[in-house]
Design a binder for this molecule. Structure first.
Ligand code: KG4
Ligand code: ZN
Length: 344
């Protein structure tokens, strides 16, 4: 089955074709970063309007790269939540209309389920050697909007083990970068700067690791960084040292909670998804933890860590193949609990 995937939940327009026999045929992402940079964050109405401009050309481009005509699409998957309501409606409107015109089924996909299943799209050397990870496993979802530990009993059956009580990890990266004067979106830039910082020059807390439980809190860390930055010489070298101290604190905290979640659920396999999953130090730390435990950790390919259409096409294809699809109305769910999803 050849499924067109459409992602428009925030500030990236993503389109892909996933073929359940041949795998990922093509995917393309258009990022609106430059559009929003001058405002220091995503402006929802501008995001919606830009999805309107970019979505159809991106669909044409992706079909051309897949060597497919539009008539060969056998199903359409689109992000129907969570996300910005206007942005979601653009993708849902186009996806539903296309499916109706082609007389093929369409399904609204949960954005975080897309992220969560993205590691299963990995066809790198380890995935080829050891096979794709199979549930049950624990998933760490770390993006700009979410930080969650989820027990995946089966694909489609999700139990929340813990989540952030305030800022998401990506949000903490972005806000910390901003308060040290880095341009939007600061997360990846803060991580790049941390490469030049001295480990241990600044030591920040590992929040909520001194008590049992799997919840997170990152907003206090941001305040610690603000104080350290305000009381420093504010040189480039100091900025890099603070970035390193901050990154180490977030990475250690995530790793400690992941290990606890694996122990609590009796699983060997951890999968990591969402934009912060692109962080190299997090990848290395979790790989070392998994190796020490004799378990396994899987990440999405780098290009599929942040928002993209491939993860939506893939998650939608699994559900469409299982006979699940939505009716013809254009409906989105800006707030949506993943535990409420039906089993596949
Ligand atoms: O999954 P995503 O593209 O969008 C959301 O659904 O939120 O994640 C974006 C988040 C941003 O907060 C960004 O700063 C963060 O992922 N991010 C990183 C890195 N690359 C992206 N954070 C830390 N290190 C990175 N290398
Ligand atoms: Zn996302």
């Amino acid at each position: 089955m050849k499924v067109l995937g459409i992602e428009t939940s925030c500030d990236e327009t993503g389109v892909a074709v996933y073929d359940t026999q041949a795998g990922l045929r093509a995917h393309a992402v258009y990022s609106q970063i430059e559009l929003h940079a001058q405002y220091g964050g995503v402006v929802p109405e501008l995001a919606s309007r830009d999805h309107v401009r970019k979505l159809l050309p991106l669909i044409r481009q992706t079909l051309a790269e897949s060597n497919m005509t539009v008539a060969e699409i056998e199903g359409v998957a689109y992000t129907s939540g969570p996300g910005l309501v206007g942005a979601l409606l653009v993708g849902a409107g186009v996806a539903r209309s296309l499916a109706w015109a082609l007389d093929v089924p369409a399904i609204g996909v949960h954005h975080m389920e897309g992220h969560l299943l993205a590691p299963l799209l990995d066809d790198g050397p380890e995935a080829r050697e050891r096979g794709r990870p199979e549930p049950p496993f624990v998933a760490l979802l770390v993006s700009g909007g979410h930080t969650q530990l989820v027990a995946v009993d089966a694909i489609g059956t999700y139990r929340l083990l813990g989540e952030t009580l305030d800022d998401a990890a990506g949000e903490a990266f972005d806000k910390t970068a901003k308060l040290m004067g880095l341009p939007y979106p600061g997360g990846p830039q803060l991580a790049a700067l941390a490469e030049h910082g001295r480990p241990g020059a600044f030591k920040f807390a590992r929040p909520m690791t001194d008590r049992p439980g799997l919840d997170f809190s990152f907003s206090g860390l941001k305040t610690q960084v603000l104080l350290a930055w305000q009381n420093s010489d504010q040189s480039d070298a100091t900025r890099a040292d603070i970035a390193r101290g901050f990154e180490d604190a977030v990475v250690d905290t995530l790793a400690i909670k992941c290990e606890r979640a694996l122990e609590a659920s009796g699983c060997d396999t951890l999968i990591v998804a969402g934009g912060v999953g692109a962080n190299r130090r997090l990848r290395a730390k979790l790989a070392a933890m998994a190796a020490r435990r004799g378990g396994r950790v899987s990440f999405p390919p780098m290009a599929l860590c942040t928002d993209n259409g491939a993860m939506i096409a893939f998650a939608g294809a699994l559900r469409l193949q299982a006979g699940q699809y939505d009716d013809a109305s254009v409906r989105v769910t800006p707030r949506w609990d993943m535990a409420s999803l039906p089993a596949v």
